[in-house]
Design a protein around this ligand. Structure first.
Ligand code: E4P
Length: 218
C-alpha cells in the first residue's frame, strides 16, 4: 500500500519526504485554510518536494468552473492530481480532465456505487472517507472492502482506491488488510505507526546490557 500524507503543511511534508516515506500528498480546502497560504504557492512548493501525485482540489461546483480551475491547478506542476467532488459535475469534469491526460482524484466518496461511477469516469484515484463514515456510526472500512471487491470483479477498472479520512494507526492497518491501493494519512498518525511500548522497552534493555559489555562497534 502506498502512503500519501494528508496535509498542506510544507514543514511536515519535507520531514516525511526526507525519511523516504512519502508516495504523494493530498490537500483539501480545509487544509489549505489551515496552512494560511495561497493554494498556488503551497501546491507548487509541495510538488517540488514530492515526486508523486499531489492532490489540489477545485472549489467550483459547476462543470465549466471545475474544468477551468482544474486546468489552472494542473499548470502548477506535472504531478498535480486534480481533486473534484463526487457530484455529477465532478464526474463529468473527471472524464474530460483525464481525457486531457491529467491525474484526477474523485473525493468525498461515501458509497461503493459512487466509487463505481468515479472509476467509470476514468478517475486515477477515488477517495472513500473512512473516518467520516465511522463518525456517523457506519463502518468506513466495510466501504473499502466493498470497493475492492467491485474493482477486482472488473479488471478494466484501473482506478486506485485511496483510503482517506484516516484517523488512527488501526485505520491504516485495516485499510491495508482491505486492499486499499493508497492511504492518505495525517502526519501525526504516520509518526504514530512506528510507536510501540515494547519496542521502547526492548531498546532500553538492549542498550543497558550493551553498556555492561564495555564494547564499541566503531
Ligand atoms: C482526503 O483527501 C481528505 O483530505 C481527508 O482525508 C479528509 O479527512 P478528514 O475527514 O480527517 O478531514
Amino acid at each position: 500500500m502506498k502512503f500519501f500524507v494528508d496535509t498542506a503543511d510544507v514543514g511536515e511534508i519535507r520531514e516525511l519526504a526526507e525519511a523516504g516515506l512519502l508516495d504523494g500528498v493530498t490537500t483539501n480546502p480545509s487544509l489549505i485554510m489551515k496552512a494560511g497560504r495561497s493554494i498556488h504557492d503551497v501546491v507548487a512548493e509541495i510538488c517540488a518536494i514530492v515526486e508523486g501525485p499531489v492532490s489540489a482540489e477545485v472549489a467550483a461546483l459547476d462543470f465549466d468552473g471545475m474544468l477551468a480551475e482544474g486546468r489552472k491547478l494542473a499548470e502548477i506542476a506535472e504531478n498535480v492530481a486534480i481533486k473534484v467532488p463526487l457530484t455529477w459535475n465532478g464526474l463529468k469534469a473527471c472524464r474530460v480532465l483525464t481525457g486531457e491526460g491529467h491525474m484526477v482524484n474523485v473525493t468525498l466518496c461515501f458509497t461503493a456505487n459512487q466509487a463505481l461511477l468515479a472509476a467509470r469516469a476514468g478517475a486515477t484515484f477515488v477517495s472513500p472517507f473512512i473516518g467520516r463514515l465511522d463518525d456517523i456510526g457506519l463502518d468506513g472500512m466495510q466501504l473499502i472492502e466493498e470497493i475492492r471487491t467491485i474493482f477486482d470483479n472488473y479488471a478494466h477498472l484501473e482506478t486506485e482506491i485511496l483510503a482517506a479520512s484516516i484517523r488512527s494507526p488501526n485505520h491504516v492497518k485495516l485499510a491495508a488488510l482491505a486492499g486499499a491501493d493508497v492511504a492518505t494519512v495525517p502526519p501525526a498518525v504516520i509518526r504514530g505507526l512506528v510507536d510501540h511500548p515494547l519496542t521502547e522497552k526492548g531498546l532500553e534493555i538492549f542498550l543497558n546490557d550493551w553498556k555492561k559489555t564495555g564494547q564499541t562497534i566503531l
